[in-house]
Design a protein. Sequence first.
Length: 252
Amino acid sequence: MEGRVEQLAWMAEEACMNAWPAPRQVLAGGWLLRAAGGPTRRTNSVNPLRGARDEPGRTIASCEAIYAGLGRPAIFRIPALAPDMDAPLARLGYGADGESRTLFRDLAGLPAQADPAVELRPAPGAAWLAARAERDGGEPQAARAFLGMTEALVLPRAFAALRHEGGIVAIAYAVLDRSLVVIESVATPEPLRGRGHARRVVGALMRWAHGQGAAGACLQVVAENPAANALYAALGFSTELYRYHYRQRDIP
């Protein structure tokens, strides 16, 4: 990648990390080690930063030691923007999985009409968090880690909930980072999917961000999730900026 495309890709990479912060992190020679607890690998992995980075061989050993001290496995996130670690980790027996896409859409021409049924708040309420916990299967550790992440958010944000017949039928949240808005945690209970609920909350968040000055929107989605990829294509996320995957020793 070169020029403006690469700049946009790195801007999206940084914005996505800011939209899902880790309460604990370590900077190590151009690498960012994140440690949030819970099951989410994005906030419990080693990530490359823009610019010069230390040689991977020495970095891998120091990262392994740090995560071992936390009682966690060393997980490395490999974006196509900076694949330095990929080959050295493969030689060490680290398997790869979790391929994900980083998608972008321009917000120019976004319809301005608000959706009165979508509630936007600067922080997640108890009902919003309960809906998110349901998506994670009610796992307490995941719920605690997610709450800690939301409390660590610094940038402008909005949490969206679509209610119907007294209950929440879709949630998502957005974080505004410079001219980009990041869309996160889009969820609809399985029996209610396919009814346009997720499109409405994402649309409301994009309109909120556009009103705050955002020029574009980005998000990250698992490559092997056809329903989610179809949803985001329908919402105008037609540009793929880059992909990433994870490497970890216990992946075949």
